[in-house]
Design a protein around this ligand. Structure first.
Ligand SMILES: NC(=O)c1ccc[n+]([C@@H]2O[C@H](COP(=O)([O-])OP(=O)(O)OC[C@H]3O[C@@H](n4cnc5c(N)ncnc54)[C@H](O)[C@@H]3O)[C@@H](O)[C@H]2O)c1
Length: 321
């Protein structure tokens, strides 16, 4: 298949491209490089990919309809994997336009581009943030009454709704994954990343946002990629939504800090909590998923949440962070 990966230079998108190339697909990657091109540099430098035309990169603004239409006009795309979004939720909390542009408008332009070019298959990277705060419920794909508490969650839920309407109006096939927290090599944000960075600057004291009891499931990025590739082998007909997560519980922020401190070999680090039950306004301090649907589709995560955190810290240290 010829696949457009929107947001393909990002943390998850770049791993997905690596895997889709291994599966023999031809990739068109579109991204405006908010975090630079490091994650795809190995692909841009690959002589064989250049010669075979198996990987093409376009630096574009995906919220711009014209640029998206041009892309669909240039390539005969079979499927779109849409991962472009604002991934800095705290930044979006201060500037809502970031989520409106990068998280919502990119979905609108991509769907319109697909409609005009008659492209039928879309994978969409959604999030647990669409549920808002439901700490006492094991969330399933049919849990209703969704009230997101961040602009990011609102923009993702609006994107999901728009995708549903295109499924019905234009006969699109859609696979939507609601990711939990995703971690692993090439990570650029989040608690694991922040703690390593902060402890490199000051190994004696670590500031932890909130009271440290926030508890979320963390999935290792290669487990997630395995699920995406497995469940998008055949698209459609219609729309499928999957909650993707690990087995067992989540990991508390304090426990992430303990793992980072241990693996950095630090002995006397004091934890200083900023207090309150959440890290920032718009943060959802705890949630848990019921993942029976994805398990019955034949996918199994390899790592628990704690193991994913541990592996990610090891990866980061190995990469010289
Ligand atoms: N990382 C997580 O824990 C997590 C959790 C839930 C959902 N998700 C979703 O998964 C997807 C990938 O996340 P990630 O962690 O790899 O983020 P990322 O920031 O590393 O990657 C997103 C990419 O999209 C690009 N992009 C954003 N807006 C764009 C625009 N308007 N035009 C062109 N390119 C644009 C960025 O340049 C970036 O390379 C996102 O949709 C995110 O919302 C991630």
């Amino acid at each position: 298949m010829k696949i457009l990966v929107a947001g393909g230079a990002g943390f998850i998108g770049s791993h997905l491209i690596d895997r889709l190339l291994q599966e023999g697909h031809t990739i068109v990657c579109a991204d405006k490089l908010i975090f630079g091109s490091d994650n795809i540099q190995h692909l841009l430098n690959d002589q064989k990919l250049e010669e075979t035309g198996k990987f093409k990169f376009h630096e574009i603004e995906l919220a711009d309809q014209k640029q998206v239409d041009n892309l669909f006009a240039e390539y005969e795309i079979d499927a779109v994997y849409h991962l472009a979004a604002n991934s800095d939720i705290q930044k979006g909390g201060k500037e809502p336009d970031i989520d409106f542009n990068d998280t919502f408008l990119t979905t609108r332009t991509i769907l319109e581009g697909m409609r005009k070019a008659d492209v039928k298959n879309i994978f969409f990277a959604s999030t647990s943030a669409v549920y808002g705060e439901m700490p006492d419920v094991a969330l399933t794909e049919t849990t209703g009454g969704l009230q997101p508490v961040s602009y990011y969650g609102g923009a993702k839920l609006a994107s999901e709704a728009l995708i549903s309407s295109y499924v019905s109006m234009c006969g699109l096939n859609a696979v939507i994954f609601r990711f939990p927290n995703v971690i692993g090599p090439r990570l650029t944000h989040g608690a694991v990343f922040d703690f390593i960075r902060k402890l490199r600057q000051n190994p004696h004291e670590l500031e932890i946002l909130g009271d440290g009891t926030q508890c979320k499931p963390y999935i290792y990025v290669f487990d997630l990629i395995h699920a995406i590739v497995k469940l998008t082998k055949d698209f459609g007909p219609g729309e499928e939504v999957y909650n993707i997560s690990v087995k067992g519980g989540g990991t508390t922020v304090t426990h992430i800090a303990e793992i980072v401190v241990e693996l950095l070999g630090l002995k006397q680090t004091a934890f200083r909590y900023t207090g309150g039950d959440r890290g920032w306004k718009g943060d959802v301090p705890r949630f848990s998923y019921d993942i029976s649907k994805v398990l019955s589709a034949g996918w199994e995560p390899r790592y628990t949440s704690d193991e994913a955190v541990r592996k990610t810290v090891e990866d980061a240290l190995e990469a010289g962070m």
